[in-house]
Design a protein around this ligand. Structure first.
Ligand code: GLU
Length: 299
């Protein structure tokens, strides 16, 4: 089987050193294994993605000296594939609609935090620090669900994790992945999935028939990706990706999570950190060779 790698940026900002790191590592792995290097534009978030940022991605990657196969896969062109995956999940009985607004969710989280504080705790947060889903939509009577959907009420679709693990049977507890890089605590080799840390994640957003988690597993399978090389900030999300792959009958790639390029204060780079943007570095006279040197410590 041809080893296949992908770099999957979202065109909602300019690329920074962290992106350069992922892109260069993927390309290096493809070169080393005689494999393919693919580019995927993760543009399901139609409200935040911009054609100008997509154009900038191509230009910055070319400046770095990278070449990728065309046509490039753009997620916004594959909604029908995500819909089909949602149908498969629905047929397994592992989805439910949830109708809360952001404000309602925030109110419920505050309530749960207050209740948890009485026991000196707080409502659980996911590995990204976001509160787990605090609602009870899973228990909504079927008739109410149907009526609200028929009335056109906006809703997300959530993965009923308990139902998902039950659908996977006894094998669910053995879900794992092969980690060739490392997690934040140095996890490597066979890593056991811990999907319970995420609760009932969104698999379809209110405006789009997919979420990051759903699109990424569908796309990695559709593109025949054999090794996912990406930043360590996505290590924990792999637990959810493994559950979705198992439910959808998709092959599991191996994973190589790499260290993140940190700024001088030790913070993760964000797109707003102009000083580490590839454009800014280029304007300041840095060359592609300088960029390769800068990311060497994490690679
Ligand atoms: N689109 C994601 C990002 O820009 C990367 C997704 C992935 O590599 O799985 O952070």
């Amino acid at each position: 089987m041809t080893e296949t790698f992908r770099f999957a940026p979202s065109p909602n900002g300019l690329l920074h050193l962290g992106h350069a790191c992922s892109a260069l590592l993927n390309a290096a792995r493809a070169r080393k294994t005689g494999g393919r290097f693919l580019l995927r534009i993760e543009d399901i978030d139609v409200s935040r993605c911009r054609p100008a940022f997509e154009a900038a991605i191509y230009e910055d990657l070319a400046w770095l000296g990278l070449a990728w196969e065309t046509p490039v896969r753009r997620q916004s062109e594959h909604f029908s594939q995500y819909r089909a995956a949602l149908q498969t999940l629905d047929a397994l009985g592992v989805l439910y609609p949830a109708f809360e607004s952001r404000a309602e969710i925030a109110r419920l989280v505050a309530e749960r935090d207050a209740a948890a504080r009485e026991g000196a705790g707080q409502w659980s947060r996911d590995p990204d620090g976001a509160p787990l889903y605090p609602g009870v939509a899973k228990h909504m009577p079927a008739a109410e669900r149907a009526a609200r959907i028929a009335a056109g009420e906006p809703h997300v679709l959530r993965l009923d994790l308990a139902a998902a693990l039950a659908a996977l049977g006894p094998g669910a507890k053995d879900l794992a992945w092969e980690e060739r890089g490392a997690g934040p605590a140095g996890e490597t080799g066979t890593v056991a999935a811990r999907p319970e840390l995420w609760g009932d994640v969104v698999v379809a957003r209110k405006d789009v028939p997919a979420s990051y988690h759903l699109a990424v597993v569908v796309d990695d399978a559709a593109q025949g990706v054999t090794e996912v090389v990406r930043g360590r900030d996505l290590f924990a999300a792999t637990s959810i990706h493994r559950v979705l792959q198992a439910l959808l009958g998709l092959p599991a790639p191996v994973y190589r999570h790499h260290g993140l390029v940190l700024d001088a204060d030790g913070y993760k780079l964000s797109k707003s950190t102009g000083a580490t943007g590839l454009r800014a570095l280029r304007a300041a006279g840095r060359t592609p060779a300088d960029i390769r040197r800068l990311i060497e410590p994490v690679a």
